[in-house]
Ligand binder design. Sequence first.
Ligand SMILES: N[C@@H](CCC(=O)N[C@@H](CS)C(=O)NCC(=O)O)C(=O)O
Length: 254
Amino acid sequence: MGEDITLYQFPYSTFNEKARWTLDYKKIPHSRVNLMPGPHARFIKKLTGQTATPVLKIGDRVIAGSAAIIDALEEVSAAPALLPVEDAVCQEARAIQQRFDEDLGVRSRRAVLASLMDDPAYMANMFSTGRNWFMRFTYRHMMPLVLGRVREGNGITGPEAIEDGMNAINEALDLVHAQSQSTGYLCGDSFSVADLTACAHLAPTVNPPDCAMTRPEPMPQKFRDQLAEWAKHPGTKWVLKIYRDHRPASSAKN
Ligand SMILES: N[C@@H](CCC(=O)N[C@@H](CS)C(=O)NCC(=O)O)C(=O)O
């Protein structure tokens, strides 16, 4: 584990949470570079040829995409494993990861982002976390531009897309509730990439405490009411339990 490891990330983002959680779960020392959605594009494109985060650098090797990052980190540090040893269970875990990454997570993100976009000052504050006052001020004033890109980049095409996102959140909560009944986990009988992925994608609807996904305070009343509504679903209790039992503190050096 001798090479330098750096995660280029957005704070509060679900796909980025997958990468952060994996690094922390495996206690891999690394650096984190926070990027702001919008201004990030040029830098990430130069690094990877595309613009999405997370991006991980291991020495000179550049890896884009949360699932590829998890696979690479399993090689860097095999234990504790996120991919189940038994082939059938491993395939099931990967299928659940794919369902969240390509369907439920992408759709539900539209609803979460659309709601955040109703309060651009709060959103700017979230995504410029850790920046100096000048950068925060500038970013706040760039928001009209940034919001257009966020809408376009995430397929927030209108009210139907947002309603579909709300449905996806309920589908995801139903799925984790039903699927965790027998063992407490989504597949097999222990924590795996399936649980990590589902919980990272559901974090914005559950607001787990004391971690990288905890929404900044003061939180507008509208978001508080929305979280209270989602909290009525039993699936949220499972997400909170997994966060409590399996989401360690940051292993980042900065
Ligand atoms: N399939 C990718 C999706 C990553 C993704 O959608 N990243 C978003 C943040 S949650 C992003 O960086 N969007 C900005 C962009 O694509 O320019 C993964 O698994 O990492």
